[in-house]
Write a protein that binds this ligand. Structure first.
Ligand code: SF4
Length: 294
C-alpha cells in the first residue's frame, strides 16, 4: 500500500493537533500576503481526486478510528465545490466514527461559494472553516495585501453562519507595528464584534526574512512592538469586543503569553488579568524568545 503523500511543509491550526491531516491542495491560492512565507515555495494547485482518494484509503487502513480530519494546504476551500463534496463523501465513507472535517479558507474563496454550496459542504460534515482575517483595519488589510476589505470578511462570515458552518478566525497581534497599533486594535475589535465568530485565535507577528513585512520592519518603516506593547494591544482589542459566545485563544507558539477565555463570560476577568500582568512586567510571565515559533 502506498504511504500517505505529503508535499513540502504542512501547516495546521493548534486545535487540529490530533486530527488526520490530508492535503487536498498544495500551497495557497492567494499566496500574496506580505507577512506570510508558509507556501512561498509552492505553486498552488488542487490535487487530483484520485491521489486524494488513495491517501484516504491508506489512512483508513492504518487509522480506521479517525474522528477528525483537517484538509490542508493553505486553502482547501478553493477546491471546486463538486470536488470538495466528493472528498468529503470519501472521508465519510472511509471513517465510520468521523465527527468533523475542517480546513483553512481564504476570504476570496469563501466569497465565491454560494450559501447553497456552503450548506451542501456543511451537510457533508464540513464543521469548521479557519479563516485568516489578520486585522479589522481596511488600511492594514490593504498594506498586507490580504486582497479583501473588512466588509467582504463580514459578508463571508454571515454566509457561513447562515450555512451553519462554525467559523474560527485568526488575527495577528503586532501586524501594524507600533505606528498602527491603536488603529489595528480598535478596528479589529469593532470588526470582530460585527463578525461574531465562534472562535478567535490570536497569533503574534514573527517576521520571516525574505518577506516584504520583514523588510518594512528592518528598514525602520515599522517599529516592532515589545512583548508588553503586544499585550497592551491585546488588552485594547479585548476591551472593544462585544461577542455572543466566542472562544478566544492565544495559545499559538508565537504568543508570549497563553490566554484562553469565553469572551461573553470572562471578558472582565481577562482584562483584569492582563492589567495585572502588564503592570507587574515580570519577565518570568512571558515565554522566552527562543521558545516562540510559527
Ligand atoms: S491567505 Fe493565508 S496562507 Fe495564503 S498567503 Fe495569506 S496568510 Fe499566507
Amino acid at each position: 500500500m502506498m504511504p500517505i503523500s505529503y508535499e513540502g511543509d504542512v501547516f495546521r491550526p493548534p486545535s487540529e493537533a490530533r486530527s488526520l491531516i490530508l492535503q487536498a491542495t498544495i500551497g495557497c491560492s492567494h499566496n500574496r500576503c506580505t507577512f506570510c512565507a508558509m507556501y512561498k515555495r509552492k505553486k498552488y494547485r488542487a490535487r487530483p481526486l484520485a491521489e486524494i482518494n488513495r491517501d484516504i484509503v491508506t489512512a483508513a487502513a492504518y487509522l480506521p478510528h479517525t474522528r477528525r480530519v483537517f484538509l490542508a494546504d493553505g486553502n482547501a476551500l478553493a477546491v471546486a465545490t463538486a470536488d470538495l463534496v466528493a472528498i468529503l463523501d470519501q472521508l465519510n465513507k472511509a471513517f465510520p466514527l468521523l465527527e468533523r472535517i475542517t480546513l483553512y479558507g481564504n476570504p476570496q474563496d469563501l466569497l465565491q461559494k454560494s450559501e447553497d454550496e456552503l450548506k451542501e459542504l456543511c451537510d457533508h460534515r464540513l464543521k469548521m472553516i479557519y479563516l485568516g482575517v489578520e486585522s479589522g483595519s481596511a488600511a492594514v488589510l490593504e498594506a498586507v495585501k490580504k486582497g479583501v476589505t473588512p466588509a467582504d470578511l463580514v459578508k463571508g462570515a454571515a454566509k457561513l453562519k447562515k450555512a451553519g458552518i462554525p467559523l474560527s478566525v485568526t488575527v495577528l497581534n503586532g501586524l501594524a507595528g507600533l505606528e498602527g497599533s491603536v488603529e489595528h486594535a480598535r478596528s479589529t475589535a469593532k470588526f470582530l464584534s460585527e463578525m461574531d465568530p465562534e472562535y478567535i485565535g490570536l497569533l503574534s507577528l514573527i517576521t520571516v526574512p525574505g518577506t516584504t513585512m520583514h523588510r518594512r520592519f528592518k528598514s525602520g518603516e515599522l517599529t516592532a512592538l515589545s512583548p508588553w506593547q503586544l499585550l497592551e494591544e491585546i488588552r485594547m482589542m479585548v476591551e472593544g469586543l462585544t461577542l455572543t459566545n466566542s472562544i478566544f485563544r492565544a495559545n499559538h507558539a508565537s504568543n508570549y503569553l497563553p490566554l484562553k477565555a469565553t469572551l461573553s463570560r470572562d471578558k472582565q476577568l481577562l482584562l483584569t488579568a492582563l492589567d495585572r500582568i502588564i503592570a507587574e512586567r515580570s519577565p518570568a510571565t512571558l515565554k522566552s524568545e527562543f521558545m516562540r515559533g510559527l
